[in-house]
Design a protein around this ligand. Structure first.
Ligand code: DX5
Ligand code: ZN
Length: 219
């Protein structure tokens, strides 16, 4: 299981400290939530923050674009140092072209599905994706309650991926903590995003290690 701490929940005046804690805790990726105040009501950060993070860390930046018309700024995020980029199915009508564009630039390409979007919408695109991000909350804020429907959706995706012998990974985002991370892993998820459960703790590095040991204890 890869663990991707989400810096949205960190002290935004100390992003350097958030990066250091992720590295010390053995994080695999750093999850960066980009919100445009349009696709989602909230506004977070964008290209300059991604560039600043890329200068500070060797952790791959997993950039989750919660923005309308994500195709307009993709190359800027790639130039800023994003190595994984997720766009929302609900926000982009020309997903095939967009995914190809990312993969040609050596970026891992993922599509996110809101809780109300069925996994079947990805049937045709699945072979072209590096990963699918199953949202376990409605996007917009950290600290929301996990929606169990996400586990069923991940299970359906895992079965479809296995049946078609694809190498697509499943990521899950929202409300993940020690109480549910073992169930998340058991549903087929390979990458768990965790915001509050890492950065609202007094020792974020220890919180990452605790999440990982929950998964290992249940395996
Ligand atoms: C929600 C974001 C998440 C969020 C996760 O819109 O995409 O990445 O930061 O935070 P927690 O783990 O607190 O739900
Ligand atoms: Zn996210």
């Amino acid at each position: 299981m890869k663990i991707a701490p989400s810096i949205l929940a960190a002290d935004l005046l100390d992003l350097g400290g958030a990066v250091a804690a992720a590295e010390h805790g053995g994080a695999d990726l750093l999850h960066v939530d980009v919100m445009d105040g349009h696709f989602v009501p909230n506004l977070s950060f964008g290209i300059p923050v991604v560039a600043a993070l890329a200068r500070r860390t060797r952790l791959p930046l997993d950039v989750h674009l919660m923005v309308a018309n994500p195709d307009r700024l993709l190359d800027d995020y790639v130039a800023a140092g994003a190595s994984w980029i997720t766009v929302h199915w609900e926000a982009a009508p020309h997903l095939h072209r967009l995914v190809m564009h990312l993969r040609e630039r050596g970026v891992r390409a993922g599509v996110a599905l809101n809780p109300a979007t069925p996994v079947a919408v990805l049937d045709d695109l699945l072979p072209d994706l590096d990963y699918v991000l199953v949202m376990s909350v409605d996007p917009g804020w950290s600290g929301q309650t996990f929606l169990p429907v996400a586990l069923e959706k991940a299970g359906k995706l895992r079965d479809a991926i296995a049946r078609r012998r694809l190498a697509v990974e499943i990521e899950m985002d929202g409300g993940i903590g020690p109480q549910n991370i073992a169930a998340v892993a058991a549903s087929g998820v390979a990458i768990a995003v965790a915001g509050s459960e890492v950065y609202r703790q007094s020792d974020p590095a220890a919180a990452i290690r605790a999440l990982r040991s929950r998964v290992e204890a249940a395996a």
